[in-house]
Write a protein that binds this ligand. Sequence first.
Ligand SMILES: [Mg+2]
Length: 379
Amino acid sequence: MSVIKKVTCHVVSTPIERPFTSSRGWLYKTRGSCIVEIETQDGTVGWGECYGPSHVARSFIDTQFAQRIIGRDPFDVEVIWEDLYNRIKDYGAKGMAIAAMSGIDIALWDIIGKSTGKPVHKLIGGAFRDTVTAYATGLYFIDMDRLIEEAVEEAQAYAQDGFSAIKMKIGLGSPKLDLARVEAVRKAIGDDIRLMVDANHCFTVPAAIRLGRELEKLDVEWFEEPISPEDIDGYVQVTQALDMAVAGGENEYTRWGFRDIVSRKAMDIIQPDLCAAGGFSECKKIAAMATAHGVECVPHAWGSVIGVAATLHFIAALPDQPPSFRPMPALFEFEQCENPFRDHLATEPILLVNGAVRIPTKPGLGIDIDRSVLKKYAV
Ligand SMILES: [Mg+2]
């Protein structure tokens, strides 16, 4: 047994060339992350990532968690999870405290994999599949004078890249404009490409239901975050009113956070983020709970190659929902906006091949981190 020796948070950030926005406003002028590095006594290094404001995640780890895990056995990953959670839950049962724990949990699973010579998916139940169909996340709002044209061009480019599924942003303050934009994209990509929409919780319940009924006519597969995440009663209403699937949960945390959504069937699809909701240890529990209630689990992914790799291992180990002759397993969210940490932080990038992505097979997360990228963009 080799115990944990050192915990280091790398906060990285870079401005991007073409800032983009969702219904939430101009949040995306930079890309960055809090990357967690954990080293054991024998020199094994594991990597994790935390979703959300990087400095806040680093502060939680540096001041609350790091000293608590130094000297412990990384194989006690769930023991450590429970200990950290019970340390922080009076102040941080949701949000950044859990995102910080997620980065630690992912890094510990990476260490366990490297120590045993097994990829993480082999440690959490095995691979139901060795590739996963990816969907492109993009079609944000960039040029306010060309909102429809730019969406059409971007969607066509994804189709050309081989994506068989695309998710676009809606929520432009005018359901008519949203609808016209989705209509134009559907027309441009044809009927064979799966299309989803994401409102980033900008609608009221009646507005979401009215718009949803129109989107159903355009064969939109799911309506992501139609309304505010706190309003579980509202989600029950929207989900019951619409035939299309309603998705959400990228801003929910832990099994306790997802319990009420799942047990009330407030959404058809929950989207826990590996780097936010509690890492592998917790997301496995969330997914199992969802299965028991007939709710699909399709993880959210937004971040560096570390979050991407973690999500791929997690999806590899998700049973088909439901099992069948020709099942339709969870899609992998392959976000396509400018992000050097997704494209260059690993020595070999994770690529789309024929609309799908290979599950990494090397030990741990199965990626090698290029430290020069951490150095170049260090904050
Ligand atoms: Mg979303």
